[in-house]
Ligand binder design. Structure first.
Ligand code: NAD
Length: 515
């Protein structure tokens, strides 16, 4: 059994049954059986069933929000606004998008010799989804919806830290008419995730840390299982010299401390123009101090608690190194029950050498540095192993856009921060150690399909043999050689090629019968 605990109180919520690795073949059998019929359903019918799931979730909003808050430790409002709302919106968006994205796509022929064709998309089969604990509903939900819409079955392993919302989702899906076996939740830790891969899903979608992502990529490589990896971030928040300080600090406080900083796209590095650094720090900390932090069950709080106990060791390690490196630490204390770290800003002349500036803290800690010029800020922002999102705060949107195009990140937000994982039309992911592949938007939906190219004959009545078939002959060679003349830059040279092509082509047809 797995004991699920409330991170705000340390008390057990309940015990749930762990899935044995030896049971997985049965899960796959059920999934494959359900998927065959599901894939045959017209898309409209699949969409209708998913809309029933949406309705059912809407009927259980408070229950879902409280469950997320209870097992994850985030404020109920965050569960509602940052998990349930974007999940419901994403379901709606993908259901509307799917008919245009999953239908056949015409491919016109690019050359006279070739024939027109079209792309046809078909489901991959059984998709494995492994997810983390920080957004236990939103992150897997978008992928589950896309995978199901595309005609697949899903075996979903939530984090062992936050499994209850996953089980609730499975229950609501079944009650909404999703066929048995189509969406199955398995409960367990990393070893079960690893066993899931050994059972060879047709695709694996992983969200989590870089070290686990690397293990997963290696495991998937054994069987050439296509894999998406959504990994870490150390996202820069850039404040240009012309920024409105009130706006910039409000944005930074939310970017760095919402969800207690347990966000892959959290504001973990703040880069401020040196002319603003003193008032920026002062105002940011003044605002941070007004945030109400604590057990979400006890009333209105802005910040909940740290979800996963071992993450606190990372905070302690980063802060201890900052102390020994003589950094300035504003905040930095745990509450009495040690369940939460207060909003913390770390600054100092050697900040850029410290782990708190370079490694993911995944908590309510931001490290601040300064810059003088645009070149310096671009160089500093891009100097990271991670590349998920970046934010620029400025009154000059053209300058901000110019800078945005020099930032090597999957997403750059101007005068906003952190929130685009909840926007289904925006791509999600980034280069470097942030992962492999991009999710969301139309491409994300298609990524849960295989693509086949179907080429059609030019004529329904006549068939003819292609010119490049056997036998290989002198006039055939000459026809193709002169044909290449059509690629020359000058129109005169192109025109000169035409009589040669025609003459050799006629000889070829006349004297060199095709095999
Ligand atoms: P984690 O890597 O420890 O675990 C993630 C999931 O992987 C869990 O379900 C876990 O049980 C499973 N797992 C662990 N070892 C495994 C193995 N060997 N084989 C298969 N599965 C295994 O991550 P976490 O601590 O749950 O989450 C925090 C991390 O997630 C942070 O690094 C954060 O940046 C990242 N994250 C990324 C995104 C994104 O979209 N890029 C979103 C949220 C979180």
């Amino acid at each position: 059994m797995l004991q699920v605990t409330n991170p705000a109180t340390g008390q057990a919520i309940c015990d749930i049954k762990v899935t044995e690795a030896s049971e997985l073949p049965k899960y796959f059998e059920r999934a494959r059986f359900a998927q065959r019929d599901w894939a045959k359903l017209p898309l409209k019918k699949r969409i209708r069933i998913l809309y029933l799931l949406r309705e059912s979730m809407l009927n259980h909003i408070d229950e879902l929000a409280h469950l997320i808050s209870q097992e994850n430790g985030k404020p109920v409002f965050e569960a509602l606004a940052n998990e349930i709302l974007p999940s419901i919106h994403s379901l709606t968006y993908y259901c509307r998008l799917a008919p245009s994205v999953l239908r056949n796509e015409k491919i016109p022929s690019s050359m006279i010799f070739y024939r027109p064709g079209y792309l046809n998309f078909w489901p991959m089969g059984v998709i494995g989804i492994i997810s983390p604990w920080n957004y236990p509903l939103l992150l897997p939900f978008c992928e589950i919806i896309m995978a199901l819409l595309a005609g697949n079955a899903v075996i979903f392993k939530p984090s062992e830290v936050t499994p209850l919302i996953a089980l609730k989702l499975e229950e609501l899906a079944l009650a909404s008419g999703l066929p048995t076996g189509l969406l199955q939740v398995i409960i367990g830790d990393g070893s079960l995730g690893s066993a899931l891969i050994q059972n060879k899903p047709d695709k694996l979608y992983f969200t989590g840390s870089v070290p686990t992502g690397i293990k997963i990529a290696q495991a998937c490589a054994q069987y050439l299982i296509p894999v998406n990896l959504e990994l870490g971030g150390k996202d820069p928040f850039i404040v240009l010299a012309d920024a409105d300080l009130d706006f910039a600090t409000s944005a930074a406080v939310w970017g760095a401390f919402s969800n207690s900083g347990q966000v892959c796209a959290s504001t973990e590095r703040i880069l401020v123009h040196e002319s603003l650094v003193v008032p920026f720090k002062k105002l940011l900390m003044e605002k941070a101090k007004t945030l109400r932090q604590g057990d979400p069950a006890l009333g209105n709080v802005d910040l909940g608690v740290t979800t996963f106990n071992p993450q606190k060791d990372v905070y302690r390690r980063h802060l201890a190194q900052a102390v020994s490196g003589n950094a300035e630490i504003l905040g930095g204390k745990f509450n009495e029950s040690q369940t939460a770290l207060e909003p913390t800003l770390v600054c100092g002349s050697n900040i850029e050498t410290l782990d708190v500036y370079n490694e993911e803290s995944f908590g309510p800690i931001a490290a601040l540095t300064t810059f003088r010029s645009v070149d310096e800020l671009v160089q500093k922002a891009n100097s990271s192993r991670y590349a998920l999102t970046a934010s620029i705060i400025s009154r000059n949107s053209s300058l901000a856009e110019e800078i945005a195009k020099r930032l090597e990140f999957g997403t750059v937000l101007i005068n906003e921060t952190t929130y685009t994982a909840g926007i289904p039309e925006a791509p999600w992911g980034g280069p470097k150690e942030t992962g492999l592949g991009r999710s969301h938007m139309s491409q994300g939906l298609r990524d849960f399909t295989h693509m086949r190219y179907i080429q059609k004959p030019i004529s329904r009545i006549f068939v003819y043999k292609s010119l490049w078939w056997f036998p290989y002959t002198p006039f055939q060679y000459a026809t193709f050689k002169h044909f290449l003349g059509l690629y020359r830059r000058s129109w005169l040279d192109k025109l000169k090629a035409i009589p040669n092509i025609l003459w050799n082509f006629v000889q070829m047809i006349k004297d060199e019968p095709r095999l």
